[in-house]
Design a protein around this ligand. Structure first.
Ligand code: ATP
Ligand code: ATP
Ligand code: MG
Ligand code: MG
Lengths: 258, 258
């Protein structure tokens, strides 16, 4: 219970938010109780599950400051079994505001400790911003594991080694239990030879860590957020939704073996 | 001379680096002397102009610490008239390291002051990371203007209003001369109705600020970085290269009217 996973990659636009929303929805459809934590000041995950901008007063920013009373910040969504703690732009000031605070890297871990006794969620997914700053470090310290979306592009592949080094550094200094659950190829276009090259390189270097399931580039996925819905709700039978459902099953299968 | 432009958007993966490299190359081909400053710890702009990872000792991180001797950090590239100050992962520690330093937002502006007397470059393009943190604030304080790449997707459009608010905040508090030169639509796919919707919204809200020239989604653009070349060199006649050359002419034309 309460398996905490960070969806992370410092490279921008690789599908972190899209994976958090659609995996969250796929796990919820399988009967798991899921909490998404939006840890990006852009608030894209909150938008993607339909939380209006003017309905985000009880945001993760306020919770990180209050450090207590987590239930007050949890919102239900239109999707059964899927809750969220949303984010707004106030969060972008947090890092500077706590620069002097000792042990600031542990703030989120302490807050999520509250959940431990209650066994309320099967999984907690944290959508990280595109950087290796304090917000991301807090997520890594609070997590049991990470899932890394890897866009099938050259710049994204180049950044992966650096990311895994950072994760290992956090593991040895701040969070011994942290594991890399897996790497998922996103926006994969079979017709584009660059994508196949990235896939080959990723499987060569990272082997079993790369999931068999790949997420195809699929227009319906990028249309869904404008309707405030995960792709799995907006268009359940599109190639993107089917891929995320398959990925959810592969992840659960692999988690059982952990 | 020495017109300093930040290429900025806190949304990740919208084409900041791709636009910096290819606009830089297009301006250089038109006979302008151009300096690119890579201000992203990912170092993608440095990779995109062919600077190897092991050749980045004299990086922007060292220059920001030394605060002097800028010429020492400038590297020439394979492209005539195009120089770069490169970045490496050390840069990701900079923000925490200077958290106590007074007036840290002005560090880059002071360093670029050195160039003012020498009139060495027509334009200086700063490739910003996907965040509104100190590195981005330093770039905005040091710049005359900004160019905003806008990916033709819903999440990217949603973040634009917030970005323009931040730019205005910096303009009124730290840099009175800062202007928005323009907004350029990137990864535009005519067949995708979402792209046309984003274009319509952008032109409706931001009018003349949106350039007429749009950059099409074009596989050759995403292949070029793996060869360490701008698309304009890798494949001069592909749709992406032609679009960046047209955009460069439109920008210069508009700059004359400033
Ligand atoms: N498989 C896909 N097919 C088509 N479009 C996709 C796919 N996955 C994501 N997108 C679109 O690509 C853009 C980037 O995805 P997303 O915002 O999820 O990435 P991110 O890593 O969370 O970005 P950031 O670094 O800004 O947080 C979005 O507009 C999204 O709708
Ligand atoms: N017009 C285009 N057509 C096709 N691919 C593109 C285009 N522009 C950029 N790309 C690709 O999309 C990805 C994202 O672009 P890029 O890295 O330039 O964005 P960025 O905003 O600099 O990202 P970050 O937020 O991580 O700094 C890259 O892999 C790049 O090669
Ligand atoms: Mg995101
Ligand atoms: Mg970039």
């Amino acid at each position: 219970m309460n398996h905490i996973v960070s969806i992370i990659n410092q490279k921008g636009g690789v599908g972190k938010t899209t994976s958090t929303i659609n995996l969250g929805c796929a796990f919820a459809n399988l009967g798991q109780k899921i909490l998404i934590i939006d840890l990006d000041p852009q608030g894209n995950a909150s938008t993607g599950v339909g939380i209006e901008n003017n309905d985000r007063d009880n945001s993760i920013y306020k919770l990180l400051n209050e450090r207590n009373n987590l239930q007050h910040y949890v919102k239900t969504t239109k999707i059964e079994n899927l809750d969220i703690i949303c984010a707004n732009v106030e969060l972008s000031g947090f890092e500077t505001e706590v620069a002097e605070v000792k042990n600031r890297a542990f703030i989120l871990k302490e807050i999520l400790g509250d959940l431990k006794e209650k066994n309320q969620y099967n999984q907690i997914l944290i959508d990280c911003p595109p950087s290796l700053s304090l917000l991301t470090v807090m997520a890594l310290v609070a997590s049991n594991s990470v899932i890394v979306p890897l866009q099938a592009e050259f710049f994204a592949l180049e950044g992966l080694t650096q990311l895994l080094k950072t994760i290992n550094r956090i593991k040895s200094s701040l969070n011994k239990r942290l594991e890399v659950e897996g790497i998922v190829l996103t926006m994969f276009d079979k017709r584009n030879k660059l994508c196949s090259q990235v896939e080959d390189e990723a499987r060569k270097f990272f082997g079993e860590q790369v999931y068999q399931t790949m997420i195809p580039r699929n227009i319906r996925i990028s249309e869904a957020p404008s309707h405030g819905l995960p792709a799995l709700v907006y268009d359940k039978y599109c190639a993107g939704s089917i891929a995320y459902e398959k990925l959810a099953l592969e992840i659960i299968d692999k988690q059982k073996k952990f």
